[in-house]
Design a protein around this ligand. Structure first.
Ligand code: ASP
Length: 324
């Protein structure tokens, strides 16, 4: 009999692991372990020999960078087959992005979860688990991917775009890098992306968004609050008001400041708009463009790079941006 491939599942919680509390009024809460999750999807055993480990059991807003780093350390000890990670969808794009910077493989790592908890009608967890398992057993995809609703997404681009729809995960402009249909995985070729060591500590990096008629008082608190980096999501292609531009210049004189966009798709500009507070002015003031990385992913990358204390943080940051 042909030996089945190995599949390791690490679970972190999320809706896929949630069940109603005794008192139905109190809603669903993280309940199921990795073992429970496997038991709920017997079809997994048809494609692989599964082993499972619960690393945490929480709503994904509570996950920390250190837990994703630990996950990647554990994943590095898996020597054959594929790796699946189940977690809440709320922060999945961030965890998967961080994992893509830390996971050196060679086993593919696939993040999945559910938009509907297991006891809800039309629960999507089982289907997502099966699609993720098939993807994790394929070596042609990205080293780390997000699989939801039969689509395979690259961690650089994927974002949760709806609070409840099972098709919530999208990769704006670029689209998914693959699909799963009838048990087959179809993938577009992808470039390998840069990886880094795990830092002893991630650096504290703040994320602020430009909003209309902002007094900018929050920007004044960045240095005294102990942040060692800042990401600002500008309007449009990377613009802020003149008032905020002056504040950013003062901050950028002291700590790294990254310019991203609050718009969901497209790159920040570098050489089009010349008025005060527009991208040319901000880059001249020392800000560094995030390219097509979202502000929240740029924050993770900067936190990692600064945590590594490399002499040239710009080089490490822009190296990744060029791959996006
Ligand atoms: N709504 C979330 C989920 O889909 C909850 C979480 O992210 O933990 O899992």
């Amino acid at each position: 009999m042909k030996q089945k491939p190995q599949l390791k599942i690490f679970s972190l919680g999320g809706t896929i692991a949630m069940a109603p509390t005794q008192d139905a009024e109190s809603g669903v809460r993280p309940t199921f372990s990795a073992q429970d999750i496997i038991a709920s999807t017997p079809e997994l055993a048809e494609v692989a020999d599964i082993s499972a480990e619960s690393l945490s059991l929480k709503g994904s807003a509570n996950l920390c960078f250190s837990e994703i780093a630990e996950l990647c350390q554990r994943a590095a000890t898996v020597s054959t087959g594929g790796i699946m990670v189940t977690q809440g969808t709320d922060s999945m794009e961030e965890s998967a992005f961080l994992a893509s910077l830390l996971h050196r493989g060679p086993q593919p790592m696939v993040f999945t979860g559910a938009m509907r908890s297991p006891t809800q009608p039309g629960a999507d967890g089982r289907a997502n688990l099966m699609a993720a398992a098939l993807t994790a057993l394929t070596t042609e995809g990205p080293a780390v991917s997000v699989v939801m609703n039969d689509e395979i997404h690259h961690p650089y681009y994927v974002t949760k775009s709806h609070t409840s729809n099972v098709a919530a995960f999208q990769s704006p402009v670029r689209g998914p890098v693959g699909q799963i249909a009838e048990g087959n995985v179809f993938l577009h070729p992808v470039q390998p992306s840069p990886t880094f060591d795990i830092p002893e500590k991630f650096a504290p990096v703040a994320l602020l968004s430009a909003v209309l008629d902002d007094d900018g008082n929050l920007f004044d608190t960045i240095l005294s609050a102990g942040y060692t980096g800042l990401v600002v999501e500008g309007f449009g292609a990377g613009h802020v008001s003149e008032k905020i531009a002056e504040k950013l210049a003062a901050i950028a004189a002291k700590i790294p400041v990254i310019l991203a966009s609050r718009v969901r798709a497209g790159s920040v500009f570098e050489r089009t708009y010349g008025y005060r507070g527009a991208e040319i002015d901000l880059l001249n003031k020392g800000l560094v463009p995030a390219g097509r990385l979202s502000g929240r992913k740029a924050r993770i990358l900067l936190s990692l790079i600064l945590g590594l204390k490399e002499p040239d943080w710009r080089q490490g940051f822009t190296h990744v941006v060029k791959h996006v």
